[in-house]
Design a protein around this ligand. Structure first.
Ligand SMILES: Nc1ncnc2c1ncn2[C@@H]1O[C@H](COP(=O)(O)OP(=O)(O)OP(=O)(O)O)[C@@H](O)[C@H]1O
Ligand SMILES: O=C(O)[C@H](O)COP(=O)(O)O
Length: 394
């Protein structure tokens, strides 16, 4: 990475404004998955050890510029404090006099968590006044919020214009792993693209077609491709307006010599439910009043084979409706193949694929699980992430 990192600045005794992505899933006020908090620990611990005064900032949810009581960061501060084994002061605001007062009481190695930065309308508008108010709190800016790096907000981008601005360790690792996949991949390089809609994956398929040796398609978006091949898809997900695009992707793959893998069989259901009637049919035999909700056993074998022979696999989006057990087998088979393929470096592109790998208990078998959903997708589309661009060059 050509950006400075926390290693390149002297943080001892300095007030460090560290943007993290603590946007964790919550239910009834409790955190249901603390992965993102754990992922930021190396940077936070390093700052503590180096004697910085660590001022953490994050968003939680989408409060749209207003205070939403359920989206306060109190539970996050508690969890962080448990993980660090150290008291974390939490302020009820994210800038201003009360915050400055709390910061003035900090000693070297202390940690303070600001309130949800999205309680302020200026955050998402990237208002320079808010960015300056954040910058006034600190001497140095560290961005470790890879998950929010695709947002040009006051705490992710604006503030970097007013302070020395460097990347944290999580940011560095994400950019290095995903960047290597796109610029200098070990081959054979395979991308597995699933999820609900073609619409959401256009950019990533377009970009990856220039890079990969194998492109595997699954999930709801596969059926627009199936239709493009001239088969009927029954009640499966279909984006009529993307059929031509799907055709052009398949043509481009051919031109570029990319092996394009589509389901050869699927699990169809007579309705969208765990206890629906299901059967396995060939891809050209989807009954008109059934919908395809998972890839079939032959497809799972085929995809496993390709994965096993790859040196690098990037996976984004489930192969079927993995939230329902009856349609989770395809996604599970891909996750299991990645877990079994010892010589394959596996990169999970965040979001639902990361949730699926967790659900199957295979997370620790993956080489890299991105903490970014939208951010990793935009990165794989080849887009520049504003939160990274704004950091100081090496
Ligand atoms: N065959 C299918 N029919 C209907 N829905 C499907 C099918 N296959 C997968 N899905 C659904 O697609 C959803 C995931 O799609 P989505 O594009 O949101 O995921 P993703 O690619 O992981 O994106 P993100 O990273 O934003 O979470 C899952 O909820 C899954 O149930
Ligand atoms: O969960 C995420 O993908 C990030 O925290 C960004 O959240 P956002 O989509 O609300 O900007």
């Amino acid at each position: 990475m050509n950006k400075k990192t926390v290693r390149d600045v002297d943080v001892k005794g300095k007030r460090v404004f560290c943007r993290v992505d603590f946007n964790v899933p919550m239910e009834n006020g409790a955190i249901t998955d603390d992965t993102r908090i754990r992922a930021a620990l190396p940077t936070i611990r390093y700052l503590i050890e180096q004697g910085a005064k660590v001022i953490l900032a994050s968003h939680l949810g989408r409060p749209k510029g207003k205070v939403v009581e359920e989206l306060r960061l109190n539970a996050v501060a508690e969890r962080l404090s448990e993980l660090l084994g150290k008291h974390v002061t939490k302020t009820d605001e994210a800038y201003g006099d009360a915050v400055k007062e709390a910061i003035s009481k900090m000693n070297e190695g202390d940690v303070l968590l600001l309130e949800n930065v999205r309680f302020y309308p200026g955050e998402e508008k990237n208002d320079p006044e808010l960015a300056k108010a954040f910058a006034e709190l600190a001497n140095i800016y560290v961005n470790d919020a890879f998950g929010a790096a695709h947002r040009a907000h006051a705490s992710t981008e604006g503030i970097a214009h007013y302070l020395p601005a460097v990347a944290g360790f999580l940011m560095e690792k994400e950019i290095e792993v995903l960047g290597k996949a796109l610029s200098n991949p070990d081959r054979p390089f395979t991308a597995i693209i699933g999820g609900a809609k073609v619409k959401d994956k256009i950019g990533v398929i377009e970009n990856l077609l220039n890079k990969v040796d194998n492109l595997i398609i699954g999930g709801g978006l596969a059926y627009t491709f199936v239709k493009a091949l001239g088969h009927e898809v029954g009640k499966s997900l279909l984006e009529e307006d993307k059929i031509e695009l799907a055709k052009s992707f398949m043509e481009k793959a051919k031109e570029k010599g990319v092996n394009f893998y589509m389901p050869v069989d699927v699990v169809v259901a007579d309705r969208f439910a765990n206890d629906a009637n299901t059967k396995v049919v060939a891809i050209d035999a989807i009954p008109s009043d059934w919908e395809a909700l998972d890839i079939g056993p032959k497809t799972r074998e085929l995809y496993r084979d390709v994965i096993m022979k790859s040196k690098l696999v990037v996976w984004n989006g489930p192969m079927g409706v993995f939230e329902i057990d009856a349609f989770a087998e395809g996604t599970k088979a891909v996750a299991q193949a990645l877990a079994d393929a010892a010589d394959t470096y596996s990169v999970i592109g965040g979001g639902d694929s990361a949730a699926a790998v967790e659900k199957f208990g295979l997370a620790d078998k993956m080489d890299h699980i991105s903490t970014g959903g939208g951010a990793s997708l935009e990165f794989m589309e080849g887009k520049q992430l504003p939160g990274v661009v704004a950091l100081n060059d090496k």
